[in-house]
Unconditional design. Structure first.
Length: 473
C-alpha cells in the first residue's frame, strides 16, 4: 500500500510543485494588516484544497485573531487520531531591496525554490497535505485518523491560539500531533526533533528627563537615557557571556550524559557557524556551541532605540530610551518566572531619578519535550533510519514552536516536529528558499510515517496523554 502511494506521489511531482507555487504567491503576512487580503486568499486556497481531497468538516476556527483552517478524515476506527499542524502565515518580506527576486513570485534556481514562506513553512505544509491526499486518492483511506490544523498566527507568536483552543478544544481532540514546522538539522545526517526551547519577552521604556536636552548645555551634568539603557541591558550577562540575572539559572537542570552525547554526535564548528553569517563567536563558557543553542537558555536584546536617528547631527541628550528583549527557555523554566527575574534584575540596575516601565509580552511559551519512548518518536526514528540508512540523531530546536508546548498544556498531547526545511534556507530573511530535493524526500517520509503510525493502536498513546493540568492523564 505504501509503495503505491509513494509511486503516485513521485508521479505527481509537477502537480505538487504547481500547487506549492500557487500557495507561495499568496502574500499571507500575519504581522502587517496591510496584507489582510493575502491572508484571506491563503485561507480560501487551503479550504478549497482540503475540500478537493475529500476531507470532511472543512472550516475556519476563530479564536479572535487570524482564523485557523481545520479539516478531518476519521475513517480508521481503533487507529490513532493525529493532528497535523502547519501554518499558512509568513514573515514580512522587508527589506524588499535585499531580495534578488520578487518574494511572492516563486523562482527556481540551482535546486532551490526562492519565495517568502517556501521554507517556513509552506513547503513542508504542502508535503503533509499531499501525503494524506495520496492515501485517500490511491487507497480510499488513510492508515490513521487525521485532523489538519493550519494556523494563521504562528509568525506573530500565536497570540489567540489559547482562546482558539478554549473555543474548539473538543474538535481538536487527538492522540498526538505531527508538525510540518520544525525542520531538519542537517542535509546529510538524519536527525529527529525531540523538543524545542520556549520563549518569553518583555519591553522596556526608560525616562531620564522631562524632555530632550541640549548636549552642550547639559552634557556631563545629567543622565542620558540611552546610556542608562545600554548599561542596564549589558548587565544581563557577564563579560564572558554567562547570564548574570540572579536566580535565572536555578531552574535549569544540569545536562545529562545522554544529552551531551547526543549533541556531540552532531557537532557544529563554531568558526564555520559564525563565519557563515559574519558574526563573532560569544556565549556561555563550559558548553559546546550546539549545547548553548539548544540545551541552555539565552537572553537577547532584539532592538534598542531613542534620541535622534535621522540624517546629519542633532546634539541632544535623549530623555527616553526603549528596548525589546526575548528570553529562550529550556525545560524546567517557567516563562512568567523567567520574565519576573529579568524584570527584577533590570529594576535593581535602574539608577535613582530614572523611571523604568517594563511590559511583559503576551504569547510566552515554555520549552517542549518528547519522551524517549513516545510512539511518535519510535515511528519517526524507524522511518528515517529506513529512508536514510542510519539511525537519526536526536536534536532539540533552539527556536520555539509555540503550539507544541501549548497543546501539551491544553490538549494533553505531544508533538513530533517532522518538517523538511534546512538551517541554511534564510528563514525570516530576504531570499528565503526551500531545497527542492526536500520535496520528494519529505513526501516519502510522510507516507512511511503515516503507515508506521497506522500499525499502532489508540492504546499505545494512552500512557503519554497528559491532563490539561499538566500531569499524567
Amino acid at each position: 500500500m505504501t509503495k503505491a502511494v509513494i509511486d503516485d506521489l513521485m508521479a505527481r511531482q509537477s502537480a505538487i510543485r504547481a500547487r506549492l507555487d500557487a500557495f507561495l504567491r499568496l502574500p499571507s503576512v500575519s504581522a502587517d494588516p496591510g496584507f489582510a487580503e493575502g491572508m484571506g486568499a491563503a485561507r480560501d486556497f487551503l479550504l478549497d484544497w482540503l475540500r478537493g481531497i475529500s476531507l470532511s468538516d472543512v472550516r475556519l476556527l476563530d479564536g479572535g485573531g487570524e482564523p485557523a483552517v481545520y479539516a478531518a478524515w476519521e475513517g480508521a476506527p481503533g487507529r490513532p487520531t493525529l493532528l497535523v499542524y502547519g501554518h499558512y502565515d509568513v514573515q514580512p518580506p522587508a527589506p524588499l531591496a535585499a531580495w534578488r527576486t520578487d518574494p511572492f513570485e516563486p523562482v527556481e534556481k540551482d535546486g532551490r525554490l526562492y519565495a517568502r514562506g517556501a521554507s517556513d513553512v509552506k513547503g513542508s505544509t504542502t508535503i503533509a497535505i499531499e501525503a494524506v491526499a495520496a492515501f485517500l486518492r490511491v487507497t480510499g483511506g488513510c492508515p490513521v485518523n487525521v485532523k489538519f490544523f493550519l494556523e494563521g498566527e504562528e509568525e506573530t507568536g500565536s497570540p489567540s491560539l489559547r482562546e482558539l483552543v478554549r473555543r474548539h478544544g473538543d474538535l481538536l481532540g487527538a492522540d498526538a500531533m505531527i508538525s510540518a514546522d520544525g525542520g531538519r538539522a542537517s542535509e546529510t545526517i538524519p536527525t529527529i526533533n525531540v523538543g524545542a526551547r520556549g520563549i518569553a519577552g518583555l519591553e522596556l521604556a526608560l525616562r531620564s528627563a522631562g524632555k530632550e536636552l541640549h548636549s552642550g548645555r547639559y552634557g556631563g551634568a545629567v543622565r542620558n537615557a540611552l546610556h542608562e539603557m545600554a548599561r542596564m541591558v549589558a548587565s544581563l550577562h557577564d563579560a564572558e557571556g554567562r547570564i548574570a540575572v540572579p536566580g535565572f539559572l536555578e531552574a535549569v537542570p544540569a545536562l545529562t550524559p545522554k544529552q551531551r552525547t547526543d549533541t556531540a554526535a552532531f557537532p557544529l564548528d563554531e568558526a564555520t557557524f559564525c563565519g557563515e553569517v559574519g558574526a563573532a563567536a560569544f556565549g556561555e563558557p563550559g558548553y559546546t556551541l550546539r549545547e548553548r543553542l539548544t540545551l541552555r537558555p539565552a537572553i537577547d536584546v532584539n532592538g534598542m532605540w531613542g534620541g535622534y536617528t535621522g540624517a546629519g547631527s542633532k546634539t541632544v541628550i535623549p530623555d527616553e530610551a526603549f528596548a525589546k528583549i526575548t528570553v529562550r527557555l529550556v525545560p524546567g523554566q517557567d516563562p512568567e518566572r523567567a520574565v519576573a527575574l529579568v524584570a527584577e534584575h533590570l529594576a535593581r540596575h535602574c539608577p535613582p531619578g530614572v523611571s523604568l516601565r517594563i511590559t511583559p509580552k503576551s504569547g510566552n511559551s515554555p520549552a517542549s519535550s518528547l519522551a524517549e519512548n513516545h510512539p511518535l518518536l519510535r515511528a519517526g526514528s524507524a522511518v528515517l533510519e529506513r529512508l536514510m540508512g542510519r539511525p537519526p540523531v536526536p536534536v532539540r530546536l533552539g527556536a520555539t514552536v509555540p503550539v507544541t508546548a501549548l497543546f501539551q498544556e491544553l490538549l494533553g498531547i505531544d508533538t513530533l516536529m517532522f518538517g523538511f526545511n534546512l538551517p541554511d534556507e534564510d528563514v525570516h530573511a530576504p531570499n528565503e528558499f526551500f531545497h527542492l530535493e526536500s520535496i520528494p524526500l519529505g513526501l516519502r517520509a510522510w507516507a512511511m510515517l503515516l503507515t508506521e503510525l497506522g500499525g499502532m493502536a489508540e492504546a499505545d498513546f494512552a500512557p503519554f496523554r497528559r491532563s490539561v493540568r499538566g500531569g499524567p492523564a
